[in-house]
Design a protein around this ligand. Structure first.
Ligand code: SF4
Ligand code: SF4
Length: 163
């Protein structure tokens, strides 16, 4: 995978392709694990040597992934883990993947470095639009900083209820 600094990205919108929910294991913190276990049972999770994960189905996809006619939706909206909320962005305190000048993003007094995982099919490359840099990335950085929980600009717009 390749991490691209945010200044090379024009915009991002989740198209519900489901790739991220099939390709990666979701790491849970203890609080997230507890909530999922209370609501869905311990069998929806697995533990590794020192980490807790959401269980994957036999095809590798997340237990909570629902697919209808090529559209993939998360069945865990009310308690979606932070790792899922932040995908496909990596928001870190140091320029871990290089290109510091193109990755730096200031939120209040916080100096952050923002990169996107290029495997996400919802990325559009180019000069960042105002909406992307001022609304979408702002929300992602607020989630990373634990300043917000709700998602408005940082998630797909189709819900299970609409189907
Ligand atoms: S975040 Fe990206 S990879 Fe994941 S479902 Fe949306 S478009 Fe696909
Ligand atoms: S919890 Fe939801 S967003 Fe996260 S991997 Fe599973 S289906 Fe995808």
């Amino acid at each position: 995978m390749l991490f691209v600094p945010w200044r090379f990205i024009a915009d991002w919108k989740c198209n519900a392709c489901g790739l991220c929910c099939k390709a990666y294991s979701v790491v849970l913190n203890f609080h997230e694990w507890l909530k999922i276990v209370k609501n869905y049972g311990v069998e929806t999770t697995v533990s590794g040597l020192d980490k807790l994960f959401i269980k994957r189905k036999s095809d590798g996809s997340c237990t909570f992934l629902h697919s209808f006619s090529g559209i993939h939706l998360c069945g865990l909206q009310q308690m979606k883990p932070k790792a899922c909320k932040l995908w496909p962005f990596k928001i870190v305190n140091k320029p871990e993947y290089g290109y510091a000048n193109d990755a730096v993003y200031n939120h209040g007094e916080h100096k952050l470095f923002v990169y996107a995982d290029s495997t996400c099919s919802g990325l559009r490359y180019g000069s960042p639009t105002w909406k992307f840099s001022n609304l979408i990335l702002k929300e992602f950085t607020e989630i990373a900083l634990n300043l917000r929980v709700e998602q408005y600009k940082t998630t797909g717009k189709i819900s299970l209820l609409q189907l």
